[in-house]
Ligand binder design. Structure first.
Ligand code: ARG
Ligand code: ASP
Length: 726
């Protein structure tokens, strides 16, 4: 009886769909969600947000350079995204004389807009459900791998075959893509328009764009001006074209109006963007694996590496610069893993996954058709078994990958496993102006000490076991790796490069570092291959699991298959909505919205590269230069002004949502998304209403920086500024 009630409750909970504000919804699910949006106060019509047969706000949202989101903010193709999304492009355009990362940059005219080579901006012109077509094609596959249902190559081949004649005929820059949803239970075709003449228009100095750097990364209260501006150029007809001085600024179909009226706690907020990856339908066993193997090993091994790095960085200003980006990259994933495990343990996180699993399982067991029963209960069993069977190997892989391969840069050293032509590329990938063999050696000793304590000797890369035997101690072996190798200095490599092919082969077989690196890469490859069958089994089982979930919903009669659920993020266009709201991370602690310029000054620390405040921003603060008539600031009841910087919202976002437009109930831009709080990252598995927050840069801070710090009035004049009734 109790079980039945529990199951019923669970079923209702699931059938009722997502928790408030949960979900990274497909554009086509807008119709279902629209009544909720109305009840939350939206003032737009459904077709203002998404109109499959005309233009809508979604046409102002772009995928920026693959991994991020951006939005169009002017009739002349200006794109706003994050500073950390434009970072690589800005770095590439920088030199010692013109360090745009350090100094910032503002083009004073179109002519000063700098071509950002390699950057692409992608519009989603059309989205079409092609599920019946894909399913019928999949049935025709005779001697396949059985994995076609997820294979990008196969699916895009289908897209080309049927849809290129319809949508891509003779048009430049059109790309077609078919993506699987609900793990292969639904397929959508995306018709994309890809622009490749993208120019860098402006960005604040890193001291604003990356203020707080690693310490504040994944953290709220935040005070970062994380934005940069680019422009799309097109041919005379507005079509994508490779860079040419004859190209002109794109006249986009749609762009965002920008609200100067500001935000308050409780305001409605909506986001569109390209979230990368979530694991919303993970089984309890998978969550456990994520916590106990993946995250745990990452936290442990990166922690050890970062401790060494930081010690060396703080002791030497030169090392500090050389290792800044590497440290940041490492730390970003480290902190994310800590947050995820915190969420999982603290919130008893497997409960929702357990509920989902018993919901599907109970339904499956009631099936009278034995084949169906076997298919869906078998799916759950298959995933659980795979997780169990792969545990030891996965642990080995993660220790090797996180603990050695990614930790010790010299594991990219030349070796006999590489083509001769690739040797120099591998060598330069680590041994460059940012490389210190002595730091790498210290890291190597620290991580290998932990690795050898955690992993059985029989499972080590062979070279490590041999080396330890030969040299007696890890210290001596690591010392040999970093003193007796040709591959820790330019000179060493230059000497090696002069050898004949025969001599090079011999040298690679004898160089201790080359042997070590080869052995590490070989072991990595071996483990990855041994694990592949489990991935395949899990992928298939999860397709069936989701299919079962959909059928169980239908059987309940309370939901229409999978349509009420949101499919896991997969770098496709989604929307999410919620409210602007702070949170309480711990008893007695309360975080508020928005943060202000006051807080930037409170965090100021001229001695720290992370918290230095540029002198111009200080001037702006001290003299309250908040734009003409202080139009960018908040006027308080007592007549004083405060300058908002960041705020957070209950919207459901993940990596890839960086740079996404955040807009109010009128569809006007109020900010851009740039991060999450670390307490909320476990939301990739399950939404955390009390903890999960998107961290957003207030559009008024962006306007202030463009206007008063950048002095780029020509950009402000290009924007459509609007004020909204409160
Ligand atoms: N945590 C943010 C996002 O995942 C920003 C990362 C860039 N900033 C940094 N300090 N690494 O991915
Ligand atoms: N900072 C992330 C990004 O770059 C956003 C997030 O993980 O929430 O996409």
């Amino acid at each position: 009886m109790r079980k039945t009630i529990f199951t019923l409750l669970a079923a209702c909970g699931l059938a009722l769909g997502a928790q408030a504000d949960e979900g990274m919804w497909l554009m086509e699910q807008l119709a279902k969600k629209y009544p909720t949006l109305v009840s939350r106060g939206i003032q737009l019509k459904e077709y203002d947000l998404y109109n499959p047969n005309g233009t809508s706000l979604k046409d102002a949202v772009v995928s920026f350079d693959g991994g991020c989101t951006g939005e169009i903010i002017s009739s002349q193709g200006l794109v706003l995204t994050n500073h950390h999304c434009g970072y690589d492009a800005i770095q590439q355009l920088s030199s010692v004389e013109h360090n745009y990362l350090e100094q910032g940059y503002w083009a004073k005219s179109f002519a000063e807009e700098l071509p950002a080579k390699g950057v692409v901006v992608t519009f989603i012109d059309r989205i079409e459900d092609v599920t019946p077509y894909v399913l019928s094609e999949l049935k025709k596959v005779k001697k396949g791998t059985g994995m076609e249902f997820l294979s990008p190559k196969y699916l895009n081949g289908l897209a080309q075959r049927k849809y290129a004649p319809i949508y891509a005929k003779g048009q430049a820059g059109i790309e077609l893509e078919i993506k699987p949803f609900y793990n292969g239970n639904k397929y959508l075709l995306f018709v994309k328009k890809v622009y490749s003449d993208i120019r860098f228009v402006g960005a604040p100095p890193s001291a604003i764009g990356k203020f707080g750097a690693d310490t504040d990364n994944w953290r709220y209260p935040r005070h970062t001006g994380d934005f940069s501006i680019f422009r799309i150029y097109a041919d005379a007809n507005g079509n994508p074209a490779p860079y040419s001085e004859h190209n002109i600024p794109l006249r986009p179909k749609r762009w965002f109006n920008i609200s100067t009226s500001g935000v308050e706690k409780g305001d409605f907020a909506m986001i569109m963007g390209f979230p990368g990856r979530t694991n919303h339908y993970a089984l309890p066993s998978e969550i456990k694996e994520w916590r106990e193997i993946d995250n745990d090993i990452r936290i442990r091994m990166r922690g050890i590496r970062q401790e060494v790095m930081l010690r060396e960085m703080l002791a030497d200003p030169k090392i500090n610069i050389m290792y800044a980006a590497k440290y940041a990259r490492s730390q970003n994933g480290h902190k994310r893993a800590i947050g995820a495990n915190w969420g999982i343990s603290r919130l008893g996180f497997t409960a929702p996954a357990e509920r989902l699993q018993s919901y599907v399982q109970d339904w499956a067991q009631r099936q009278t058709d034995q084949k169906a029963r076997e298919r869906y209960t078998g799916a759950i069993r298959d995933i659980d078994r795979s997780i169990e069977e792969r545990a030891n190997m996965r642990r080995q892989l993660w220790y090797l990958d996180e603990g050695i391969f990614q930790a010790i840069e010299a594991t990219r050293a030349p070796g006999l496993d590489l083509q001769a032509a690739a040797l120099s590329k591998y060598f330069k990938s680590y041994c460059n102006e940012d490389y210190s063999p002595s730091v790498d050696a210290k890291i190597a000793l620290a991580v290998l000490t932990e690795y050898t304590a955690q992993i059985d000797r029989k499972d080590w890369p062979q070279a490590l076991a041999d080396g330890l035997q030969k040299y007696g101690t890890l210290e001596a072996y690591v010392n040999a790796l970093f003193t007796q190798s040709a591959f820790i200095s330019e000179e060493g490599f230059a000497r090696f490069a002069k050898l004949s092919a025969e001599e090079q082969k011999k040298a690679l077989g004898e160089d201790p570092l080359a042997v070590f690196a080869t052995s590490v890469r070989g072991k990595l490859q071996e483990l990855r291959e041994a694990l592949r069958p489990y991935d395949t089994r899990i992928d298939r089982a999860r397709r069936d699991y989701l299919e079962g979930y959909g059928l169980a919903n239908k059987a309940q009669g309370t939901a229409n298959g999978l349509e009420d659920a949101w499919p896991d993020a997969n770098s496709t266009l989604r929307f999410t909505f919620g409210e602007i709201k702070g949170y309480s991370p711990a008893d007695g602690v309360e975080y508020h919205v928005p943060t202000t310029l006051e807080g930037v000054m409170q965090k100021e620390n001229p001695k720290s590269w992370e918290f230095a405040v540029p002198s111009r921003l200080k001037e702006v603060y001290q003299q309250k230069l908040y734009g003409e008539n202080k139009r960018w600031a908040i006027k308080k009841a007592d007549g004083s002004y405060v300058m908002p910087v960041n705020f957070c919202a209950t919207t459901h976002t993940t990596g890839g949502n960086s740079g996404s437009p955040v807009f109010n109930k009128y569809g006007h831009l109020i900010g851009i998304n740039f991060d999450r709080n670390w307490e909320g990252v476990a939301g990739d598995i399950n939404y955390l209403p009390d903890y999960q927050r998107s961290i957003i840069c207030d559009i008024r801070y962006i306007l202030l920086i463009i206007d008063e710090v950048g002095g780029a009035r020509r950009l402000i004049d290009e924007l459509t500024l609007v004020s909204d009734p409160r």
